[in-house]
Each structure stands twice: as C-alpha cells, then as structure tokens.
Design a protein around this ligand. Structure first.
Ligand code: GYE
Length: 326
C-alpha cells in the first residue's frame, strides 16, 4: 500500500519522468518499493453500451498504467456505490474514483474519504455537493452542451416550418447528471420556438428494455409523434423496436435523436433509423489514470476536465464506423 507521505516525497522527483513519458506511464511505480497505486473504482452498472465501453477503458488503462484496480458494479443503485466506497476506505486504497449514479446524497461518504485522507476523483457524472473540497477533480462531458446540440439539430431540421412538432423524450436515470442536464440543455434551445412541444417525457433508465417499454406506452397514448429525443443510444435502440412493431418507420415517420455514439447507435444512424447522434465519449480510462497518479503524488490537478466530443449525421456515421472502437 502506497503511503501518502512517501508519495509526496517522490512526487517531485518523478515529475521529470512523468513529463518525459508524455502520458505518465512511468508514474505507475510512483510509490517506490512495492508502491503500486491502488484505485477503488465504483462503477454505475452495466446499463448500456456506453457503460460497457467505459468499464473496458478503465480496466485497460489501469493495467497499462500499472495501477492496481479494485472494481465494483453498483447495478445503478446509489446504496451499492456508497457501500463500495466505504469498503475502499476500509481497505485504505490510495485513491477512489467513481461515476455517481445520481447527483445528490454524497456528502457524508465523501467526508469519510476526506477524513481518511483518501483523494476522490469523479468521472463521467457530477454531484451537486456545495463542498467542492470533497473531490479533487471531475473528468467528464458537458451534458448540458450535449442536450443543446440535440436541440440545435432539431431547430435546423424544422427551419422554416410552422406546423407543431410533437416530441417525446426518453430520459436517462432519474436524478442522474446526464438525465438532468441533457433534458435542460435541450429544453433551453427548443423553447425559443413554440412549435416544438414535448408531449411526453419519462425515464427509460438508460436501458434498451426500458426504452422499448416506455416508447410502446408513448405510441399508445399519442397518435402523432414527430420526434423522439432519447438521452442515450440504448434507449433509442429499444424505442426503434417499439416503433417498428407499431408499423412505423424509425427515422422517417418519427425522427430520432440520441446521445452517446456507440457502435450499435452509429449502425442504426448509418441505416437512417436514427437521424442524429450527439457524441459522448466513454474512453475516460487513460485520462483518469494520469489524474490518479498526479493526485496520489500530491500534484495539483484541474477541478474540472472536459471531454472532447462531436456530433454525427448518417453520412458521418458511415465514414466513422469502420474505425469505431466501441
Ligand atoms: O450516456 C449512458 C450511460 O453517464 C454519460 O450513462 C453516461 C451515461 C451514458 O448509461 O449511456
């Protein structure tokens, strides 16, 4: 187990090596001796293609960086994540990283980590805590911006048209940062034009099965749906099954916008079943491991690190698919 004081001592010495390696490969042995960094990672679950890619990225990057990874899957339940974090504190890991299922309710357990002097890094999802000293850094996407990009595509698509546009929305997990922010970013953009009407909005919990189930209910209750906005690809893919089962053509009878750009989503986009995808990158592993080394070595790190992302049309999806890794 790496002692923090020794990490701080060697941290300065290692700096040259870290910079020289230009990705920090050398810093894996930052502790000296047996000094492997141990990271406890509390993952959300395995709810989507995005999450699967994210987990693989974290596991691969930890192995490549020589970081000993303790990994737990919370099955989308905050109580399981809190239990995992408490167990990492008890095991005296060097650093805790996690992707919070929901935004609220983290202060107590993060205070326990802080009292135990174990640094915490947030990845992917944010928390709403006022006390930003409870974590060292937050690495992930700007979900509000993602929602805005989805809205901007819609505004352009219906430019010059005056008929009402009936939108249904499949929200992510209730209370999660991506669900809250993708909803508000989208709403912010479309509110400028009253022809856009969100006629139904419900959670599909970021899963394919729930996306399908809720879309079936939307279709039964609403004879005229023009657009589906799904907070991730998986819910959109589930919804496509429901739309086809109802005898409608996804992408044509109902335009579909999703977020993520995982392979299955990109395939549906290239086939015209989805019309537009806002990218959200799950490949956070390498950046997370670099951050962890710095934090354990007592270096200062930015409080917020944003992921770079783009958007895809069907043509762009066709071009990107052959080299898409996830
Ligand atoms: O969009 C979704 C996943 O938190 C950004 O979680 C992540 C979201 C992602 O289940 O597919």
């Amino acid at each position: 187990m790496l002692k923090r004081w020794s990490a701080a001592l060697v941290g300065g010495l290692l700096l040259v090596g870290v910079l020289g390696a230009c990705g920090g490969e050398n810093a894996g042995s930052a502790g000296g001796g047996d000094g492997k960094i141990t990271m406890g990672f509390a993952q959300v679950g395995a709810e989507s293609g995005w999450r699967t890619a994210n987990t693989k990225s974290i596991q691969d990057a930890a192995a490549a960086a020589g970081i000993d990874l303790k990994f737990s899957d919370a099955q989308q339940k905050q109580e399981n994540q809190i239990k995992a974090i408490r167990s990492y504190i008890a095991q005296k890991v060097d650093v805790i990283a996690f992707s919070p299922v929901v935004e609220s309710g983290w202060d107590a357990v993060l205070q326990e980590a802080k009292d135990a002097k174990i640094p915490v890094i947030l990845t992917d999802r944010a928390i709403d805590s006022k006390d930003t000293t409870l974590y060292k850094s937050f690495l992930g996407s700007d979900f509000v911006l993602e929602g805005k990009k989805a809205g901007e595509w819609l505004v352009k698509e219906y430019q010059g048209k005056t008929d009402p546009v009936n939108i249904v929305e499949l929200q992510g997990t209730t209370g999660s940062a991506p669900a809250n922010d993708r909803k508000s970013g989208f709403a912010d953009v479309i509110k400028a034009d009253p022809k856009f009407k969100v006629i139904a909005s419900q959670t599909g919990d970021f899963t394919r099965a729930k996306g399908k189930e809720v879309m079936e209910a939307f279709l039964k209750a609403n004879p005229k749906i023009d657009v589906l906005y799904a907070h991730n690809d998986d819910m959109g893919l589930g919804a496509i099954e429901a739309i086809e089962a109802a005898g409608k053509k996804p992408g044509v009878d109902i335009k579909i916008i999703t977020v993520d750009a995982v392979k299955d989503g990109m395939t549906a986009l290239s086939e015209g079943k989805i019309n537009y995808i806002v990218e959200c990158s799950p490949l956070l592993g390498p950046q997370l491991m670099d951050l962890a080394k710095k934090v354990v070595n007592g270096e200062s790190v930015p409080q917020r690190i944003l992921t770079e992302e783009t958007t895809f049309t069907p043509e762009q999806a066709k071009a990107a698919l052959p080299s898409r890794k996830y």
